[in-house]
Write a protein that binds this ligand. Structure first.
Ligand code: GLU
Length: 500
């Protein structure tokens, strides 16, 4: 008898123990692996605020050797578009923020959400609410008129007199006492009393699960250990934690990132700033510059400003993100862009620059290697767009002389120098910077004039304008025949000027 009791006791004890053990292991495993996510709603392009959140999530996962998940939160069917999904994916790809899992789409997971809603309903953790929208509106209006926060008063929470055949929403039974503590890496502990929260709808009358519920289920199913998102979601967090608790799911750690303000310190707006990530591509920024810029916009590591991607990954931590809003500073972004144009491997810069040449209709397949053009121009430009704008003469005939430069330098006195330098250049048997330099030098010496008197007319002749890298570098990237032809064009210009 004693033996039987003992065995039964042990049996019950071991079963319970096994379940506890399993839960412990599952949770321990989940938290052992860092999994972060970026979860944009596809209602517009990827903007800098979203890109920074994505970067922080991505860096944190990489720093911990974990995983980064991309999830498209497309439950708002009316406002979500395929074009926005494409734009977000394009932005992420351009920035190089690759994801280990996904993209997942919430609209493809409705069965899962509904299954769990039904489960909560069966467990008495959620309930049917038959309140018509008009009644709820009236309640809210009355509350607001009294200066109260509009909230659902829990009318159907405990009612069992459910009307037959009437539409209903499903609401989550928010605990009525106690509080929720958000453990936030940026803001510390944030405590919210449950009495502040009402019973939120988790399935609408039309049968669609709501946003807050889908986020919770996804974060759980996808094993998200750290939620990094904008501070505008702080209000959702206690509700989401309550639902996670009701589902028996682990609670992730949070980092609510502050806002980005415009250069003017006001809310970042399309009118005053570029805000879409691809606009920065269009304006000629390198993704590396934007990433470096964004990582520093809110996060710091001592006074360091320049971070290679590897350094960002190595040094990044959620705890070093600042709490205050950060103002956008275009000058600093330009400074970083210049830095990376000059210092990144030229092949990498060329990969991005190509697009800008194509955009400006410049065919770079004939002519010098783009890498060589970048090498001579890198010091002279702030953006890749500018690079393409000032490098057209390497690949095609310039349309007309820059008026000011031509007026100043293509004068009859320059004729002799142009003729002599043309003959010297066309006589060269070796075409390199040294031989070109010597030909120009000798021209000046023979005519007993300063170098500028040869150089400037030659520069305008060859490039169409008064600015270019040094002439030996510039000419070296062109063919002698092209140079001869362009000098002839300049001589023609001078002749026309003499005759008019
Ligand atoms: N889908 C939300 C947004 O685009 C983000 C939600 C979250 O990160 O939890 O703002």
């Amino acid at each position: 008898m004693l033996n039987r009791l003992f065995c039964r006791g042990l049996g019950i004890y071991s079963f319970d123990w096994l379940i506890k053990c399993r839960q412990f292991l599952v949770q321990a495993f989940i938290h052992m692996t860092t999994v972060t996510r970026f979860a944009p709603s596809p209602t517009g392009y990827l903007h800098v605020g979203g890109a920074r959140t994505a970067l922080y999530s991505w860096l944190y996962a990489k720093n911990k050797g974990g995983k980064f998940v991309l999830r498209i939160e497309d439950t708002d069917i009316e406002r979500s578009t395929q074009a926005a999904i494409d734009a977000i994916l394009e932005g992420m790809q351009w920035l190089g923020l690759d994801w280990d899992e996904g993209p997942f789409y919430q609209t493809q997971r409705f069965d899962r959400y509904n299954l769990l809603i039904d489960q909560l309903l069966a467990e008495g953790k959620a309930y049917k609410c038959f309140m018509p929208a008009a009644e709820l509106d009236a309640i809210r209006e009355a509350q607001m008129a009294k200066g109260e926060k509009p909230r659902y008063p829990g009318t159907w929470r405990d009612r069992t007199d459910h009307p037959e055949g009437q539409p209903f929403a499903i609401r989550f039974k928010t605990p009525q006492t106690g509080s929720v503590v958000i453990k936030d890496h940026i803001r510390g502990d944030i405590e919210i009393a449950n009495s502040e929260l009402d019973d939120l709808i988790i399935r609408r009358t039309d049968g669609a699960p709501t946003y807050n519920f889908c986020v919770v289920v996804d974060d759980w199913d996808m094993g998200i250990s750290h939620v990094v998102r904008g501070e505008d979601h702080i209000n959702n967090t206690p509700r989401q934690i309550n639902i996670l608790l009701a589902l028996g799911a682990p609670i992730p750690e949070y980092a609510h990132v502050s806002m980005i303000l415009g250069d003017d310190g006001k809310k970042l707006s399309k009118r005053t700033n570029a805000v879409g990530v691809m606009e920065f591509r269009d304006d000629g920024y390198l993704p590396q510059a934007l990433l470096n810029y964004l990582v520093r916009l809110g996060w710091s590591h001592g006074d360091q400003e320049i971070f290679s991607l590897d350094e960002m990954i190595e040094l990044f931590s959620l705890d070093a993100i600042g709490q205050s809003a950060s103002a956008f500073n275009t000058d600093k972004l330009i400074w970083l862009n210049q830095h990376y144009i000059k210092t990144l491997p030229v092949k990498e810069v060329a990969e991005h620059a190509k697009w800008h040449f194509a955009q400006q209709g410049i065919d770079i397949t004939q002519g010098p290697a783009l890498e060589d053009v970048i090498t001579v121009q890198a010091d002279r430009v702030k953006t890749l767009k500018e690079l393409a704008q000032i490098s057209g003469y390497f690949y095609q005939e310039y349309e007309a002389f820059d008026e000011k430069a031509a007026k100043k330098h293509l004068r009859p006195v320059a004729k002799e120098a142009l003729l002599l330098v043309k003959s010297k250049l066309s006589a060269l048997t070796e075409w390199n910077t040294e031989s070109i330099h010597n030909a120009i030098n000798q021209t000046a010496e023979e005519l007993e004039i300063g170098m500028g008197k040869v150089g400037m007319p030659l520069r305008v002749a060859v490039t169409g304008a008064g600015n270019s890298p040094s002439l030996d570098l510039t000419l070296n990237l062109l063919k002698p025949a092209q140079i001869v032809q362009r000098i002839d064009k300049a001589l023609e210009y001078i002749a026309n000027r003499e005759n008019s």
